[in-house]
Design a protein around this ligand. Structure first.
Ligand code: C2E
Ligand code: MG
Ligand code: MG
Ligand code: MG
Length: 283
């Protein structure tokens, strides 16, 4: 029987599946020690106020360059890091780096005589959230760097809430009590978003770029975004539109009363030095 099936019968996997598994194993293998080898780096995407086009803050986005595998996108390696637990130490690195840069950025502002304070948004994945030491780590880092909690924004997706145990609400309340902002990321891509907004103390809602992409061409997307913004405001949340790529989208979002935007139209995620130099082009 096996012989009749030919050369690949030893393997339960098809060649395509093998490629996927090999890649995953390679990523997993390289991930061990990657932190120690300094292979991770944060890039920062500016966020702007829709009304006056001022920069209000940035989102920290993780980058991994590995000498063997090259650049590995976060959508590929974060789920693996979630799975093997390395996300806990990688996540601490992210929080520390992001807050260090925030301090630098705010100081630079101060030195120029502007008293505006930027915010820094950091993504958290489900198992980081389940780590009981997370909050004290964040607290310690904030005080060590002398950054006020209100300038830190934690982005979580519905995945965090869906996988949650009972005490998730305690953690969320504690975050809010500390003064840290809570942001719902990728809004509209998952399930039950509306009940989560009612149930948990979110300050910010980020509309997924999937919807922003269609707002100037699809009436349905435009209406959805319009309703989402109105609903968020009535619940006391501010709204960030993700993935703004054109001037037309920006103008329309302004008409729809969106508060903040983030996207390639203004800037891709930038390395540290470029964020510190960033100023939005004239519009
Ligand atoms: P996200 O948090 O929703 O981040 C937004 C993603 O959209 C980023 O992809 C960003 O580069 C991309 N983006 C921004 N503006 C535009 C645009 O105008 N057009 C298009 N096409 N894309 C745009 P990125 O950096 O590849 O990150 C992907 C995801 O990986 C993030 O989605 C987030 O869920 C996760 N991630 C990234 N860094 C971290 C991290 O430090 N910790 C955790 N837990 N997750 C992270
Ligand atoms: Mg995010
Ligand atoms: Mg998002
Ligand atoms: Mg996302």
């Amino acid at each position: 029987q096996a012989k009749a099936l030919g050369r690949n019968t030893y393997s339960f996997f098809t060649p395509q599946m093998n490629v996927v598994i090999q890649r995953r194993l390679a990523i997993e293998e390289q991930m061990h020690g990657a932190l120690q080898r300094n292979e991770f780096e944060l890039h920062y995407q500016p966020q702007l106020d829709v009304k006056n086009k001022h920069v209000t803050g940035a989102e920290a986005l993780l980058r991994w360059y590995n000498p063997v595998l090259g650049n590995i996108p976060p959508d590929e390696f974060i789920p693996i890091a979630e799975h093997n637990g390395l996300i806990i130490s990688i996540g601490k690195f992210v929080i520390k780096q992001a807050l260090q840069l925030l301090k630098k950025w705010q100081n630079q502002c101060l030195n120029k005589g502007q008293h505006h304070k930027y915010t820094m948004a950091v993504n958290l994945s489900p198992s980081q959230f389940r780590d009981t030491a997370l909050l004290s780590f964040i607290k310690d880092t904030l005080s060590e760097l002398d950054v006020k909690a209100k300038y830190l924004e934690l982005e979580i997706t519905e995945g965090v809430l869906m996988n949650a145990k009972l005490n998730i609400n305690d953690t969320l309340q504690e975050i809010t009590k500390l003064g840290i902002k809570l942001s719902m990321d990728d809004f509209g891509t998952g399930y039950s978003s509306l009940s989560y907004l009612r149930q948990y103390p979110f300050n910010v809602l980020k509309i997924d770029r999937m919807f922003i992409n269609g707002i100037t061409s699809k009436k349905e997307d435009c209406n959805l975004v319009k309703a989402t913004i109105a609903m968020s405001h009535s619940l006391g949340l501010t709204v960030v539109a993700e993935g703004v790529e054109t001037k037309e989208q920006l103008v329309l979002l302004g008409e729809l009363n969106c508060d903040f935007v983030q996207g390639y139209y203004f800037s891709k995620p930038l390395p540290e030095e470029l964020l510190l130099d960033f100023s939005p082009r004239f519009l």
